[in-house]
Design a protein around this ligand. Structure first.
Ligand code: PA5
Length: 448
C-alpha cells in the first residue's frame, strides 16, 4: 500500500536543509509531549491515539445506526452542527462524493448541512426542500449550547415532528453530544433519541474520527473502516518512535515554522480538484483555531486551482511576498476523459488531442508551482495516491499531528480557542440575552 508523502524540494530554495534540521530536537520533544500529555492543552489530547483505540464494537454501532436510517429510504440526511461539529464530515463527504451528488439517485441519502450559519434564507429554503422529501436529522454539538445549531435544530425538530408524528420523528433523529453535560444531552435523554458520545478529551476541530464525523460519513455510504485504517497507519508513521527525518508530521511542522520565521506569514492550501474545497475549510479551522492566538500564527488560507488562478493567481504571483503554498497533489483520478480532435481546430487545442484532461491539469499544477517559486512563493506538496477513504484518513491524521507539533513550536496552546467567545458575547448582549444585562448596556453605549 502506498502512503501520502511530502515533497519539500520547492521550499528548499527559500530555507536551508540545516535550518529545517535544527527543529529536530523540538519536533521530537513535542511529539513525545503529545503522547505523554505533558504540555499545554493536555486535557484535549484524546485524538492522538484515537484511530488505534477505536473499537470494532463502536464502528459496528455507527454502521448499524447508519443502516437503520438507510432502511427508511431517506432522500436527505440533514446534519446540524458548526465548526468542529460540521467541517470534518463535510470535508470527507464532499471529497468522496460525485461532483453532482445532488442529481444522483443512489442508495445513500444526500447529506445536507444546517446550523453552520444563521441565514434565514438558508433555513427557509432548506425547510421548503425537506417538506417534499423523506429525511432524517443528525444533530451534533459537543457543548450542546452553541447558538447556530441549537437555533436550526429548534426549527427542524418542530418540522420533522409535524411531518412524521412524534414517535417516528424520534426514530429519525440521532444526537451526537457530550456524555452527560449540556442542553442537547438533556433533550436527547428526554426525547429518547439514539445518541453517540463526543469524548471529553477531543476538541471540535480534532473530532472528525469520533461520531461527530463518522455517523454522517457512514450514512452518506462511505467506508469508515478504511477511513480509520488510514488514520491508524498514519498514527504509526508519525509516532515518536519514527525519527524526525522520516516523520512527515514533524517535517511539515518544521518547514512551516521556519518559513514563518522567515516572513512567510500566510499559508495557502492549494487543490486542483474541486472535491477538496471543504477539505481545505476543515484544514483552515484546524490550523487557524490552533495557532492563531497570542498575536501569533500563520494565517491559513486556501484556493481551488485552476479556477482561482484566474482570480487570486495574480496576487500569489506578484503581491506581497508573505505567502507560501502547500499543494494537495493527487496522483490518480478516478475517471478518464480524452481531449477529442476537432477538424476546425478554432480553439487551437488539437495539440492536446488524445491526451487526458488530467494530464493538462497536472501540467497546470507543475507550471504554476514553478511560476510561483520563481515569483518568491515557497511550495510544498503533499502527494496523495488517490482520493479515497483510506488516504483521507491518512491526510486527516497527518495534518492533526503536524498541527499539534507546530502549535508547540510556536509556543501556544494549540488546543484551546478563547478568541471564539468574543463575538458570542457581543451577539448575546445585542440580543439582550438574560444574564448579559451589563454587556447589553455597555454595547449600547458603544453604538450611540
Ligand atoms: O473547534 C471548536 O471547538 C469549535 O469550532 C466548535 O467545534 C464549534 O463551536 C461547535 O461547538 P459545539 O460542538 O459545542 O456546538
Amino acid at each position: 500500500m502506498e502512503n501520502i508523502s511530502l515533497n519539500l524540494n520547492r521550499a528548499l530554495g527559500f530555507i536551508s536543509q540545516e535550518a529545517i534540521d535544527s527543529y529536530k530536537a523540538d519536533a521530537e520533544k513535542f511529539n513525545v509531549a503529545l503522547h505523554e500529555k505533558t504540555m499545554r492543552g493536555n486535557d484535549y489530547l484524546g485524538w492522538v491515539n484515537l484511530p488505534s483505540s477505536i473499537t470494532d464494537e463502536h464502528i459496528a454501532d455507527v454502521k448499524a445506526t447508519a443502516q437503520k436510517l438507510a432502511a427508511k429510504k431517506l432522500d436527505i440526511l440533514v446534519v446540524v452542527g458548526i465548526g468542529g461539529s460540521y467541517l470534518g464530515a463535510k470535508a470527507v463527504i464532499d471529497a468522496l462524493s460525485n461532483n453532482f451528488q445532488q442529481f444522483q439517485k443512489g442508495d445513500a441519502p444526500c447529506v445536507v448541512f444546517a446550523g453552520q450559519n444563521i441565514s434565514e434564507d438558508y433555513l427557509a429554503e432548506l425547510r421548503q426542500l425537506l417538506a417534499h422529501k423523506e429525511y432524517g436529522i443528525v444533530v451534533i454539538s459537543k457543548s450542546g449550547t452553541t447558538t447556530e445549531p441549537a437555533l436550526a435544530f429548534r426549527v427542524l425538530k418542530k418540522d420533522i415532528e409535524t411531518k412524521y408524528g412524534k414517535e417516528e420523528a424520534v426514530s429519525r433523529i440521532i444526537a451526537v453530544t457530550d456524555a452527560s453535560k449540556g442542553a442537547l444531552r438533556q433533550l436527547a435523554t428526554e426525547e429518547g433519541y439514539k445518541t453517540f458520545v463526543i469524548p471529553d478529551d477531543v476538541g471540535g476541530r480534532f473530532s472528525v474520527l469520533t461520531p461527530v464525523g463518522l455517523i454522517a460519513i457512514a450514512c452518506a455510504g462511505f467506508d469508515i473502516t478504511q477511513l480509520i485504517q488510514g488514520a491508524k497507519d498514519m498514527e504509526a508513521q508519525t509516532s515518536p518512535e519514527v525519527k524526525f527525518e522520516d516523520n512527515l508530521a514533524a517535517q511539515y511542522a518544521a518547514v512551516r515554522n521556519e518559513l514563518y520565521r522567515n516572513g512567510k506569514k500566510i499559508e495557502i492550501l492549494v487543490n486542483y480538484n474541486p472535491k477538496l474545497h471543504y477539505f481545505a475549510e476543515w484544514w483552515k479551522q484546524l490550523y487557524g483555531e490552533s495557532e492563531g492566538k497570542e498575536g501569533k500564527g500563520i494565517y491559513p488560507s486556501s484556493v481551488d486551482f485552476s479556477s482561482d488562478l484566474h482570480s487570486m493567481g495574480q496576487y500569489i504571483q506578484e503581491g506581497e511576498r508573505t505567502l507560501f503554498e502547500t499543494v494537495l497533489s493527487i496522483k490518480n483520478v478516478k475517471n478518464t476523459v480524452l481531449v477529442p480532435t476537432d477538424e476546425a481546430n478554432l480553439d487551437s487545442l488539437n495539440f492536446l488531442a488524445g491526451k487526458r484532461v488530467d494530464e493538462v491539469n497536472k501540467m497546470a499544477e507543475l507550471g504554476t508551482a514553478l511560476a510561483h517559486v520563481d515569483g518568491g512563493v515557497p511550495n510544498m506538496q503533499v502527494e496523495v495516491p488517490e482520493i479515497n477513504e483510506y488516504y483521507l484518513g491518512q491526510l486527516i491524521y497527518f495534518f492533526e499531528k503536524a498541527c499539534g507539533i507546530s502549535g508547540y513550536m510556536l509556543d501556544v496552546n494549540p488546543f484551546d480557542q478563547p478568541g471564539v467567545e468574543a463575538y458570542k458575547k457581543n451577539m448575546f448582549a445585542l440580543l439582550e440575552k438574560p444574564g448579559f444585562e451589563a454587556e447589553t448596556q455597555k454595547i449600547k453605549e458603544k453604538l450611540k
